[in-house]
Design a binder for this molecule. Sequence first.
Ligand SMILES: Cc1cc2nc3c(=O)[nH]c(=O)nc-3n(C[C@H](O)[C@H](O)[C@H](O)COP(=O)(O)OP(=O)(O)OC[C@H]3O[C@@H](n4cnc5c(N)ncnc54)[C@H](O)[C@@H]3O)c2cc1C
Length: 310
Amino acid sequence: MGVMRTLLLKGSESPWLASHVAKRHFAQRAVRRFLPGETVEAALAAVEELRGRGITSVLTQLGEAIADRREAEAATAHYLDVLDKAQRTDLSTQLSLKPTQLGLGLDAGLCVAQAARLADRAAQLGTFVWIDMEASPYVDATLDLYRTLRAEYDNVGVCLQAYLYRTVADLESLLPIRPAIRLVKGAYGESPGVAFVRKADVDQNFVKLAKRLLSAEARQGGVRHGFGTHDMQLVARIRDFAEGAGIAKDAYEIQMLYGIRRSDQVRLSAEGASIRVLISYGAAWFPWYMRRLAERPANLGFVLRSVFTS
Ligand SMILES: Cc1cc2nc3c(=O)[nH]c(=O)nc-3n(C[C@H](O)[C@H](O)[C@H](O)COP(=O)(O)OP(=O)(O)OC[C@H]3O[C@@H](n4cnc5c(N)ncnc54)[C@H](O)[C@@H]3O)c2cc1C
């Protein structure tokens, strides 16, 4: 892992930096590139704008590792309101939930109860809920959460991270329950004991997992897939493989983050691909934004420009 990436990921865990930097005007300006705003109204406006370009969306309110039960319940209440607001404005959007925001770090039962309320309401409204994957100590509990939800609901999916060695086995263990899987590279600072460090190794594992997800056996078994990446070489390899296997372009989703590779999102959608964009919003953006910087330290240039232009 590069020195800058390591420093940025360490910084993402610093409460001191979060409380001092997040208030600064330059940081707020820089983050706007990836965040339509702090309110759900700003996020829904982004959903509408993307819809105009044929791109679907998934919403997530920033926030993780909460301190008490009331915060988990407040996050659930917030998301129930978001589902209703989206419904009232005739906007179809999915949700992406961080298990620790729903209390996974405090009490797994609390988290299951919150996530089930959201999956239930989303099912009534005909929409879908994704479970994010956080740092490696949470993987077992997150997969348990997913299995519990999947036993009750069809409209739930889970994220798997290609950088973890264990993911190949996790994917195999999920296939029998007809999962929906969002495959990503992984955004946390993991040790070489649990995760590939070299980009080439992560990419190779991503392609291997993607091919498994798109295999005839997995598709006949009822797997649904989203490939969450801005890596255009990977996107091309997935599309080539799918085309070779006779899989329609819109039978799987390419998912990207709001504000990253916008022109590719529009181009791929115009070419008939199914593109879904994850829109983050909310005030607790600091650790999330630091992870985005760590993915591409060149983004620090935007932060520096914001310092000098604010
Ligand atoms: C829909 C979605 C959901 C996700 N959910 C999770 C999750 O639940 N858990 C998790 O650990 N991770 C999640 N991630 C993040 C993911 O793990 C990666 O950290 C992130 O997508 C960057 O990896 P990449 O595949 O785009 O490839 P990279 O090799 O990192 O990037 C490829 C290229 O994309 C562009 N790019 C990538 N990131 C940025 C950036 N921040 N700013 C500007 N350009 C950039 C650059 O041109 C770069 O060269 C999610 C990502 C997406 C798209």
